[in-house]
Design a protein around this ligand. Structure first.
Ligand code: MD6
Ligand code: FE
Length: 223
């Protein structure tokens, strides 16, 4: 950074702390382009450790549909689905053990992104980890299994690009198509907390560092 000049030292500091690029998505929702890039290596190391003890698996919806997205979790609570419904559980149903702990690098990134997005003081207790291979998709849904809709959700994307479908508060609202790339972080809450959203089928490709997949971390306050 330039030495503090006669003008705007505080502005220089703010610029250095600010994300490279910020896009408004909707009221209360912002996309911080490239915000996770600096932490990529650490995020991937932490991710490898989590997946070694809680492997990705394809869960089944209450309607009996096998999800094309593979999922796992870390944190005090993990989001799961089976024939009995959607919910958070402190135990991984595959192992019967608690989910792996939320790594410091996830907590730190979530806190910094939430603050940059206008939600200071965010401390997640759950992180759903989604893995998409080409062809996988996530149909339009609302995230409403959390206890308190006042807390935002911080969503970190790594690997292959995807098209995020960002709708409104009615399922029938036509969603906007937002391209999401490696390192992007979305933060949303407030009036958009219950917006319908999804991911269009992933296109076939290979990412430089992540290979043939997209990983998405959604950090939440479940309880
Ligand atoms: C994904 N994301 O990006 C799926 N949900 O793969 C979500 O479903 C999501 O990004 C709530 C808040 C942010 C999200
Ligand atoms: Fe969601």
């Amino acid at each position: 950074m330039k030495a503090r000049g006669f003008t705007g030292s505080l502005f220089d500091e703010a610029a250095a702390a600010a994300p490279r690029y910020r896009e408004a998505l909707a009221p209360g929702a912002v996309l911080l382009r490239g915000f996770a890039l600096d932490a990529e290596k650490e995020l991937r190391k932490a991710l490898d450790r989590i997946v070694a003890s809680a492997p990705f698996r394809h869960m089944v919806t209450p309607g009996g549909y096998r999800m094309s997205v593979a999922m796992t979790n870390c944190g005090e609570f993990g989001w799961i689905t089976d024939r009995r419904g959607y919910r958070y559980d402190a135990l991984d149903p595959e192992s019967g053990k608690p989910w792996p702990k939320l790594p410091a690098v996830f907590l730190d990134l979530a806190s910094r992104a939430a603050t940059a997005g206008g939600y200071p003081g965010f401390v997640p207790d759950a992180c759903l980890i989604n893995r998409y291979e080409p062809g996988a998709r996530l149909s339009l849904h609302q995230d409403r299994n959390e206890k308190d809709f006042d807390a935002p959700i911080v969503s970190v994307s790594l690997g292959l690009p995807a098209t995020f479908l960002f709708g409104g508060n009615d399922r029938s609202d036509r969603p906007r198509r937002v391209p999401i790339r490696h390192g992007d972080v979305a933060v949303w809450g407030g009036p958009s907390r219950l917006a319908f959203h999804g991911i269009a089928p992933l296109k076939e490709a290979k990412h430089e560092t992540m290979g043939r997949q997209r990983i998405n971390l959604t950090l939440r306050r479940a309880r």
